[in-house]
Design a protein around this ligand. Structure first.
Ligand code: ME8
Length: 517
């Protein structure tokens, strides 16, 4: 039987600068979902990349005295490097400066123009001539240009518009009849009530005030509006062509999930559906507007000087501790917070104690009491039942949480089993059983149950803590990756090694402080 396909994307990051831990959270989140779906047997295609056009980038390049292309080449390389440092398993890293993407964007624009959804009109606004920028009334500071403080004047400029207004009723209807389309639900209500129902105005989709963009084919003094260019990355890179749909495109589209941040839900659930309808295409099945990661309960901003970068965190704590923190700590609908103190505490409590100690203690006991060879002696007591039941239900509980995109809660389900396993050690007290010669088989059964619990948890941890999962399997010296309790395994030649060293908080904080200086 053919595997079911699953097409997942992240937003494409702006190449205006190095991505901070908040931007990086998104790729890790999408990676966890992609890996989970692969593990569930789906044929997954996971796409990410960079959004490289626009006036801001043109200006930044100028400041640096390099071409925009040189500028975005440098930043895109850095972004890709960080995605790799985070051990993310994307299938394709796309860039909007890729000539193929640019060519298809031009064709998309032409198609929308030919079918009447794009028309030429006039853009009216308040213009600052020295800055070559249009502003809205509300952006002005004391009635003057917010950038240079000079007078602005009313100005008209020829521009192309997309008939967003035409799709308003269809969009309301669609969103109301597809409650799963926008996640979380609070975002859906926000879109409907604050943006769509009050009225959609036609959208200006071309610019003439700068050059760094995709040239409008039919009118080359214009460049395509950066969001039309950026959003279409989701189709141009899987073989969409207005002149004919490729097999790849037919296989992968519609996307199963767009993972994006809460600030750009508007673009993905208003503009994007209307663009797709204009092209006669289906809409993505789901758009997940994840909450934000704050640092010290504050918005992360490059200009605020409080940006924390993923690669620095990985140097300090290791990749899986960082993955664990962001995946576990950011709830499904509310913003999450990151501080060094909390990261240290979580690593110590959950990773070093709950997980690391359990693995280490269990393997050490198996080696000590049975020379490292443990099989199931089936000397069961009622205390085993709850543990085994939990181990066997884990797959189902995880699926339930993952389907709801509640990734933090999904990981928590695994840690519940790990905590239950630690409690099981306290309840069964293997060290006392070891003292009674007639309890040898019972002791072996207890250790077997623990090893199985660890194995199943390691299997389920794989999408989240990939390296740790590999490491546990190496220590257990076992290949079987069945997701439930297996009564017939043989554990032998196991090697306990420290998975996560306990961090000395004061020392680490001092190290961080010295680094920042
Ligand atoms: O928006 N916590 O790019 P971008 C979590 N190019 N996520 C955050 C965040 C935070 N503190 N700050 C930003 C763009 N993000 C466009 C996307 S898609 C066709 C074009 C998220 O580099 C943000 O919400 O500004 C977005 O989903 C992603 O990081 C990239 O942001």
């Amino acid at each position: 039987m053919d595997k079911k396909k699953y097409y997942i994307t992240t937003a494409i990051a702006y190449t205006s600068g190095k991505p901070h831990i908040g931007n990086t959270y998104e790729i890790v989140l999408a990676d966890a979902i992609a890996r989970y779906k692969r593990q569930k047997g789906y044929d997954v295609y996971f796409q990410t990349g960079t959004d490289e056009h626009g006036e801001k980038i043109e200006l930044k390049a100028k400041e640096k005295g390099i071409t925009p292309k040189e500028f975005v080449d440098n930043v895109a390389t850095e972004i890709k490097r960080i995605w790799d440092v985070m051990n993310t398993s994307y299938d394709k890293f796309v860039r909007t400066t890729d000539p193929h993407h640019e060519k298809i964007v031009q064709k998309i624009f032409d198609k929308m123009y030919d079918n009447g959804d794009i028309y030429k009109g006039e853009y009216k606004g308040l213009y600052c001539t020295p800055c070559e920028s249009f502003w809205t009334e509300s952006q002005l500071v004391d009635g003057k240009c917010p950038d240079c403080g000079r007078e602005v004047e009313e100005k008209k400029e020829e521009a192309y518009f997309f008939r967003l207004s035409k799709y308003q009723d269809k969009l309301v209807d669609y969103i109301e009849n597809h409650p799963e389309f926008i996640q979380p639900e609070s975002r859906k209500n926000e879109m409907l009530n604050n943006f769509i129902k009050p009225g959609l105005q036609d959208l200006c989709v071309s610019r003439t005030s700068f050059d760094w963009g995709v040239t409008v084919d039919i009118d080359p003094k214009h460049v395509v509006y950066v969001w039309l260019d950026a959003l279409t990355n989701y189709i141009t890179n899987i073989g969409y062509d207005p002149e004919g749909l490729s097999d790849d495109f037919k296989k992968w589209w519609p996307a199963d999930l767009h993972v994006i941040g809460k600030d750009i839900v508007r673009f993905h659930t208003i503009y994007w559906p209307c663009f797709l309808w204009s092209l006669g295409l289906e809409l993505p099945k789901k758009v997940f507007g994840h909450p934000w990661l704050l640092t010290n309960n504050d918005k992360i901003g490059k200009s605020r000087g409080n940006a924390i970068y993923a690669d620095d965190l990985v140097d300090l704590f290791g990749v899986d501790a960082v993955r664990y923190y962001v995946l576990h700590e950011i709830p499904y609908a509310n913003d999450g917070n990151l501080t060094y103190e909390l990261l240290i505490e979580r690593t110590n409590t959950d990773l070093a104690n709950t997980l690391g100690n359990l693995v280490n203690r269990t393997i050490s006991m198996a080696n000590k009491y049975f020379d490292g060879v443990v099989t199931n002696k089936n000397v069961n007591e009622s205390v085993d039942d709850e543990l085994i039941l939990m181990v066997n239900n884990l797959d189902k509980r995880l699926e339930d949480k993952m389907d709801k995109l509640e990734i933090g809660s999904a990981i928590e389900e695994i840690f519940e089993v790990l905590r239950r396993s630690n409690k099981y050690i306290d309840e069964t007290t293997p060290w006392s059983l070891a003292k009674e010669s007639d309890k040898k088989d019972r002791l072996e059964t207890v250790l077997y149950n623990l090893l199985e619990s660890i194995r199943v948890c390691a299997y389920h941890l794989r999408p989240f803590l990939t390296k740790t999962s590999d490491e546990i399997f190496k220590q257990l010296n076992i290949k079987d990756e069945k997701e439930t309790f297996n009564p017939n395994n043989i554990y032998k030649d196991m090697k306990p090694e420290v998975l996560f060293a306990r961090i000395d908080k004061e020392k680490k904080l001092k190290e961080i402080e010295d680094q920042v200086k």
